[in-house]
Design a protein around this ligand. Structure first.
Ligand code: APR
Ligand code: PHB
Length: 391
């Protein structure tokens, strides 16, 4: 089998890259280890930056998102018993965010790929990538019980944090930056109308809590817990009680309960691998970097990498001009590091750290007070939250 761009992984990064390449007249094959049903039902974050939503629209993928997604113009920070709204739109020159589940984006992308009859193989487990330093990249994979090879001009490693592409980078070329946090998030999806029109980020002495949503009838809520928290210790009633304590405010906030459809614990981590390229192998999305979910940047960062690489590949395939392609890693990393900084900052600002004493807690509260009372402080948050420009 042969194609121009061999894409490992059908998460948001691999799927969007395949779509943008198709629009540019470049052939690709997407190889995904898991089943279509698995990929389409993985529940993850759900906030899209302004530009990410625009990118999907421009690529002809915005119809269902615009019908079913929720455009938000602000977020709420809650601390010390009071709520403070950050007006994202006013503070960012008219931008907004789109609340639309990542798995819905994945569904739309898969539907578009299948409708265009473009190659995507599910249950295709890639076992090795090689030849990319010698100009003849190959992907070895198993499909239908048989060993197969995909030859290509470029390999796009969109295989997430636990994939095979990053470990295939030549020994000694990668520099890794890593930070794990001493907590995780217990997330639930509940069949109940969101208790707030906008997302609520709560910094409470008992720990962080977040109120988000997926639709007018489905809420998504998170609680800071231990990174290895045992879900068995969290019957539904305890989850609701703790959410109520941490999300409470002096205005009498009410959190209605509903059936919990799904729950899980996610660990929190910041990670970057530099560079994001070796020869003809390019890393995109979680394959190259991870952010803690507090800033809602994961999928948005993946999309920004894709936008940068798609443009570079378009120039390279069209005219042989490698300038943008050679600059891919440096261009992508400038934005990656700024999103890493924002995600780390939001995480540090809002969570309870067992290592903190009363002084550090006062520092967090003073910074929250500054962010919510100074137009400049608030604008800093708003500018990053709606998304920095794509390189
Ligand atoms: N062969 C084929 N596919 C693979 C392999 C392999 N060896 N290893 C991993 N994959 C697939 C996974 O099954 C997964 O579907 O690669 C895909 C990677 O997708 P994501 O993990 O969603 O990563 P990405 O597309 O970069 O999207 C980043 O997703 O993980 C969230 O929070 C993250 O929002 C961010 C976004
Ligand atoms: C979500 O809705 O899943 C979500 C929203 C905001 C975040 C993280 C997750 O910061």
């Amino acid at each position: 089998m042969r194609t121009q761009v061999g894409i490992v992984g059908a998460g948001p990064a691999g799927l969007l890259l395949g779509h943008l390449l198709h629009l540019a007249g470049i052939d690709s094959v997407i190889l995904e280890a898991r089943s279509r049903a698995h990929v389409e039902s993985r529940i993850r974050a759900g906030v899209m930056e302004h530009q990410a939503a625009e990118l999907l629209r421009a690529a002809g993928l915005g119809a269902r998102m615009d019908r079913e997604g929720l455009v938000h113009h602000g977020v709420v920070l809650r601390f010390g018993g009071a709520s403070h709204r950050i007006d994202l739109t006013e503070l960012s020159g008219g931008r907004s965010i789109m609340v639309y589940g990542q798995h819905e984006v994945v569904r739309d992308l898969i539907a578009a790929r299948l409708a265009a009859e473009l190659p995507i193989l599910f249950d295709a487990d890639c076992v090795a990538v090689d030849g990319f330093m010698a100009g003849s990249p190959r992907i070895a994979f198993r499909h239908d019980g048989a060993a197969q090879t995909l030859e290509c001009d470029i390999i796009a490693g969109c295989d997430g944090f636990h994939g095979i592409c990053r470990p295939a980078m030549p020994t000694g070329t990668l520099r890794e930056f890593d930070r794990s946090y001493p907590f995780g998030w217990l997330g639930i999806l509940a069949e109940v109308a969101p208790a707030s029109e906008e997302l609520v980020y709560a910094s409470h002495d008992r720990g962080f809590a977040l109120l988000s949503m997926r639709s007018p009838t489905v809420s998504r809520l998170y609680l800071q817990v231990a990174p290895d928290e045992d879900l068995g210790q969290w019957p539904d009633s305890r989850i609701w009680d703790e959410l109520r304590l941490r999300l409470a405010d002096e205005a009498g906030f009410v959190l209605p309960e509903g059936p919990i459809l799904q729950k899980g614990v996610t660990a929190m981590r910041s990670y970057v691998a530099e560079p994001m390229q070796a020869g003809r192998l390019f890393l995109l999305g979680d394959a190259a970097h991870i952010v803690p979910p507090t800033g809602a940047k994961g999928m948005n960062l993946a999309f920004a990498d894709v936008a940068v690489l798609a443009r570079a590949l378009d120039a390279w395939f069209a005219s042989g001009d490698a300038a943008l392609l050679d600059a891919y890693s440096a261009t992508a990393l400038r934005r990656v590091w700024k999103a890493e900084r924002f995600s780390w900052w939001m995480t540090s600002l809002l969570h309870r750290f067992d290592s903190h004493g009363p002084f550090e807690r006062r520092m967090q509260l003073a910074e929250l007070d500054y962010i919510t009372s100074s137009p400049i402080g608030a604008a800093t948050l708003a500018e990053n939250y709606v998304g920095l420009p794509v390189g």
